[in-house]
Design a protein around this ligand. Structure first.
Ligand code: ARG
Length: 440
């Protein structure tokens, strides 16, 4: 109550400033621009259309035409023989860290650096991600709300980066995948905001803290993991009651829930609890695939990760147990990805970038097509499907009137060779050109 007069004064103050400037200077008409290319991947229809002209006003697309007519007096960005696509979406990244920071000594990185270091470096990773054609990302886990600050700086236009949905510190059990002190001396303490919460009440409180501090989405650890010190890689780490509490509380606040889950049992428990997506999905079984379908749960499989972890992590000085755990899930995850594709599951593109270098996100497309998806399905996973999972249909994930003008272009043909998406030559976010290296 004591704060109320001050609060109203601030609100009133801002209101009068806004009113004064509106009276003095009418807002300028939004700039109109058009982007022309030889082809457009229509991800909603699952087809490629020729000779597109995308007309943009300010941040949004107003019209897409194919008749070759250019409205008078409009500036055209001509991409020649290139193929246009909607800006790509990665549903699972960690922009607050990169394996490039770990140069042979894992414990140097863990013990001598903290979230302040993450905050210094994360704008670099945001920029790399945007330059790679990913105009929207969901950041699933970050220390001390560095992700919230990063998202806000990008939204204000202070720094360049993709649109971000963020989770803040992920929830998880004591001793589990979200607990940073697991494996260290019991006398060592890390300071900062922790996602660790045990029991229904503590979990509800943690969800509320994350919502209060700016989270768009709630992330929790339904199972053990690879890059953490517990012995198992897939054992459930919350009871059914605890998982139900995460989802019930998050949904009450209008937030979707992403569950990290490798193990078959943990995946089923999380689906039964009502999560919106399963992350990793590595050991999903037949019953899990059925349940996901019944519940309409999205499955994310970060199927590129295995290559990078197995080739680089030992050299970087990660504990041998981590690399051993990766061997338990990597291959299995790809086989189960293939089963999920065959079963016609709802699938979205999520890479866990940050485990491997930012900007390499598109390397996962080729793995997805190698393991059973068509290039169009892989592209849809990273556009229309991803937008649906994020609750952003109508805003991102397609090139259509009313959508943000988030566009990318490649010189090659991504439908014949999906790896072309590793070489995005043109990136536009919200009508602003981030880069244009397309050679005409
Ligand atoms: N963040 C995940 C974990 O630590 C990475 C798993 C990577 N492995 C894989 N096969 N996708 O559990």
């Amino acid at each position: 109550m004591r704060l109320l007069p001050l609060f109203s004064a601030i609100v009133l103050g801002l209101g009068s400033v806004a009113a004064a400037s509106a009276d003095d200077a009418p807002a300028p008409a939004p700039t109109r621009v058009a982007v022309r290319a030889a082809h457009l991947v229509d991800v909603k229809a699952g087809t490629v259309r020729d000779n597109p002209l995308v007309i943009i006003e300010g941040e949004r697309i107003t019209e897409v035409r194919y008749d070759g007519q250019v409205p008078a007096g409009i500036n055209v960005i001509d991409l020649g023989s290139a193929t246009l696509l909607p800006g790509l979406i990665d549903c699972h990244v960690h922009l607050t860290g990169d394996p490039g920071e770990v140069k042979g000594d894992y414990y140097e990185a863990v013990l001598k650096r903290g979230s302040i270091d993450s905050a210094i470096l994360s704008p670099i990773y945001a920029r790399r991600t945007l330059d790679a054609g990913f105009t929207t990302v969901r950041n699933l886990g970050a220390p001390d709300y560095v992700d919230v600050a990063l998202r806000n700086a990008i939204d204000r236009g202070d720094i360049a980066g993709p649109r971000m949905l963020v989770s803040g510190p992920p929830l998880g059990a004591t001793g589990g995948h979200a607990d940073d002190t697991t494996g260290f001396s019991p006398l060592i303490e890390f300071h900062g905001v922790e996602g660790v919460a045990d029991g229904v009440d503590a979990i509800r409180h943690r969800v509320r803290e994350n919502v209060k501090n700016g989270a768009d989405v709630i992330k929790f650890m339904a199972s053990a993991g690879v890059l953490s010190a517990e012995a198992s890689v897939g054992a459930p780490q919350y009871s059914q009651e605890e998982m139900n509490a995460v989802v019930d509380e998050a949904h009450r606040w209008g937030k979707k829930v992403a569950a990290h889950a490798h193990g078959a049992e943990s995946i089923k428990m999380a689906i039964r609890a009502g999560v919106d997506s399963i992350e990793h999905s590595s050991m999903i079984d037949e019953e899990g695939l059925k349940l996901a379908k019944q519940h309409g749960t999205y499955l994310d499989f970060d199927v590129y990760n295995d290559d990078y972890i197995l080739s680089e992590y030992a050299k970087k000085g990660f504990p041998a147990s981590t690399v051993e755990k990766e061997r338990l899930v990597g291959r299995l995850q790809r086989e189960n990805f293939q089963r999920a594709v065959k079963a016609g599951e709802k699938m979205a593109f999520g890479t866990d970038a940050g485990v491997y270098p930012h900007g390499w996100n598109a390397k996962q497309f080729a793995v997805m097509t190698h393991w059973g998806m068509t290039p169009m399905q892989a592209i849809q996973a990273a556009t229309v499907n991803a937008a649906d999972l994020l609750g952003m249909t109508g805003k991102v994930g397609a090139v259509a009137p009313g959508y943000y003008a988030d566009l990318v272009a490649v010189s090659g043909d991504p439908i014949n060779d999906v790896a072309q998406l590793e070489h995005v030559g043109f990136v536009m976010k919200g009508g602003a050109v981030d880069k244009n290296e397309i050679k005409r």
